[in-house]
Write a protein that binds this ligand. Structure first.
Ligand code: HAM
Length: 414
């Protein structure tokens, strides 16, 4: 039997229903904040992510779906979308004016990761990016949009885990202190951390090995090394979040798995996700546009794991498919032709109707309707056609009554 590729899943039924509800809510909310959708290709040149996400990151090191295309070009199925959106903004000169640009995206990403619950090799992200504004206010606005969106979906108990990772200028002083701390207890750290300390010391803080986490006890804290402007930025953001009622806690070990962050970095974890507890992550990335060849542009954004959000919603209230349309069942050739024309009119009037087109016996059609969870059937036979009515059956209550055909749209909507 043919099977889907490992780590890639088909979406249907209740999970698809949750995806649709999440996506619809996202579009409505983000539009209210002035964000516009952008869709970039799934394939990008490898260089885009190597430079942006960083050679020392797991994403670039171990997880990229990269290959040569038939023209010998090195391409990759995008592992994330921030770098790709930046590439698009530069390519289309959308940042030339330095006006603020607010964008969101919904789409699949690909990472060759080890399989676990809530971790897939094709997964979906909803992300929002803002360009051209460096202020803590722009971050607060974006986080407010994020939290209003999550609250609209019914999630209440979420807390932001917040850090500032400083700027490339201030980081060397932190690295020096951190390396000295590491060297004093290097035998307690794993082999990967020995590689990390040379390539990017921040990654050591991110190590999941319990003995490494224990060895980090009392490590130098990056927020103690911020310059005055970064410190003021961080304090201002925290004050704004308190004012807006967005709960957060400071986490000096939060560094994120991507290299492009400057100053603000954050994640939201959910206890409903088990080991894969990160529901979303993001931060400021003021250097990325320039690094990829664009104008010096401040930027901030985040991305939510849609698969994980659907899992959390399942835990909160159970996912459901969208409401079923009414099932229109014609009996006989004459009624079948009439039903098509009636449905055409009713669809045009915004009614939700699914047409039974198999022909055959009413009993079979009703059995299918019950099995598939329809709650309303509209039965049209020759007798009904003559009297200008339709038999409306309430499949939950088991009752039925004749409706004048002209009243069907209004009655369905009621
Ligand atoms: P990220 O933390 O790598 O950040 O991914 C964001 C979210 O995507 C994660 O919190 C998680 O929910 C979901 N995710 C990541 N990998 C998987 C996976 N294998 N299976 C299921 N879900 C997954 C970024 O991608 C940045 N581009 C976020 C950002 C936007 N920063 C600034 N702007």
């Amino acid at each position: 039997m043919a099977q889907s590729v490992k780590g890639m899943r088909d979406l249907f039924g209740p999970v698809m229903g949750a995806f649709q509800r999440i996506e619809d809510t996202a579009r409505t909310h983000f539009a209210k904040h002035g964000y516009q959708e952008i869709r970039t290709p799934i394939l990008e040149y490898v260089e885009v992510f190597k430079r942006a996400v960083g050679d020392s990151s797991d994403i670039v090191n171990k997880e990229m779906y990269d290959f040569k295309d038939k023209g010998g070009r090195d391409v990759v199925m995008r592992p994330e979308n921030t770098a790709a959106v930046v590439r698009a903004m530069i390519e289309h000169k959308l940042l030339a004016s330095s006006d603020p640009q607010l964008l969101y995206y919904i789409g699949p990403m690909f990472r060759y990761e080890r399989m676990q619950a809530g971790r897939y090799r094709q997964f979906w992200q909803i992300g929002a990016e803002s360009f051209g504004v460096a202020s803590p206010e722009s971050e607060a606005e974006s986080l407010l949009m994020l939290f209003d969106f999550l609250r609209a979906l019914g999630l209440k108990e979420l807390k932001l885990s917040l850090n500032s990772v400083g700027t490339p200028e201030t980081r060397p002083a932190f690295y020096a202190a951190f390396r000295a701390f590491f060297d004093a207890r290097e035998s307690q750290f794993c082999g990967d951390c020995h590689r990390r300390i040379a390539e990017n010391p921040l990654r050591v803080l991110d190590c999941k090995v319990p003995t490494c986490q224990a060895a980090l006890e009392g490590h130098p804290v990056i927020t103690d090394f911020l310059d005055e402007a970064s410190r003021a930025h961080h304090d201002r953001l925290k004050a704004l979040l308190i004012d807006l009622g967005i709960p957060f806690e400071e986490n000096p070990r939060l560094v994120r798995g991507l290299d492009y962050y400057t100053r603000t970095a954050f994640e939201v974890l959910s206890s409903d996700l088990g080991a894969q507890s990160a529901l979303l992550g993001g931060g400021r990335y003021d250097g990325l546009v320039k690094m990829l060849g664009g104008p010096d542009t401040a930027a901030f954004g985040w991305a939510i794991g849609l698969d994980r959000l659907a899992m959390v919603l399942e835990a909160v209230k159970g996912n459901q498919e969208g409401p079923k349309p009414a099932l229109l069942i014609p009996l006989g050739d004459k009624a079948s032709a009439a039903a098509l024309k009636l449905a055409q009119t009713w669809w045009g009037q915004g009614c939700a109707i699914q047409l039974e087109t198999r022909g055959g016996a009413l009993k079979k059609a009703l059995q299918t309707a019950n099995r598939q969870g329809f709650t309303r059937a509209l039965i049209l036979g020759d007798g009904e056609l003559e009297s200008g009515t339709i038999m409306a059956k309430d499949l939950t209550a088991g009752s039925q009554e004749a409706w004048p055909i002209a009243e069907v749209p209004a009655r369905l909507k009621a």
